[in-house]
Design a protein around this ligand. Structure first.
Ligand SMILES: [Zn+2]
Length: 152
């Protein structure tokens, strides 16, 4: 395939000049684009600075290593499957991020409750307030407990 065709499969592509590009590596959680791409004489040259295998990168893009040569065309079915697989992975990652965000909110809320409860007597709280606040603290406690156990 051509370098243009190859780059169209990547994200966060930057032209570094001289036939060199950088992009997000599809084979690992790449925050700071670490995939180097070069237009070689016979094909597209790749290097992931995080150490991903060439075959892992090709696999994620739905191509084979031989497709990186300028004179070969990838199988469209493989490409479609790879796109679907990546869409699924992204949706799963978004769900994880969302759950993390919710837990952070919960902890902030619990921290606020503990601080505002200082110097306050619980018997001035209505039972509805008490119920709500204890539930919040219980949820936060469950989150902290869960995190503590994940670390071990
Ligand atoms: Zn990588």
């Amino acid at each position: 395939m051509t370098i243009t065709d190859f780059l169209s499969r990547l994200e966060v592509v930057k032209d570094r000049g001289d036939g060199r590009y950088s992009a997000r590596c599809p084979a690992h959680q790449d925050q700071d684009p670490s995939l180097s791409v070069r237009d070689g004489e016979k094909g597209v040259l790749l290097h992931c600075w995080a150490g991903c295998d060439l075959s892992a990168i090709a696999n994620k893009l739905g191509i084979e290593i031989k497709d990186l040569f300028h004179n070969s065309q990838p199988d469209p079915r493989q490409r479609r499957e790879a796109i679907q697989r990546r869409a699924k992975e992204r949706a799963a990652q978004r769900a994880v991020d969302k759950a993390k965000g919710r837990n952070t909110d919960l902890l902030k809320h619990a921290e606020y409750l503990v601080q505002s409860a200082r110097g306050m007597t619980i018997d001035t709280w209505t039972s509805a307030q008490l119920d709500k606040r204890l539930n919040c603290l219980a949820d936060a406690y469950a989150v902290l407990w869960g995190e503590h156990h994940e670390q071990h």
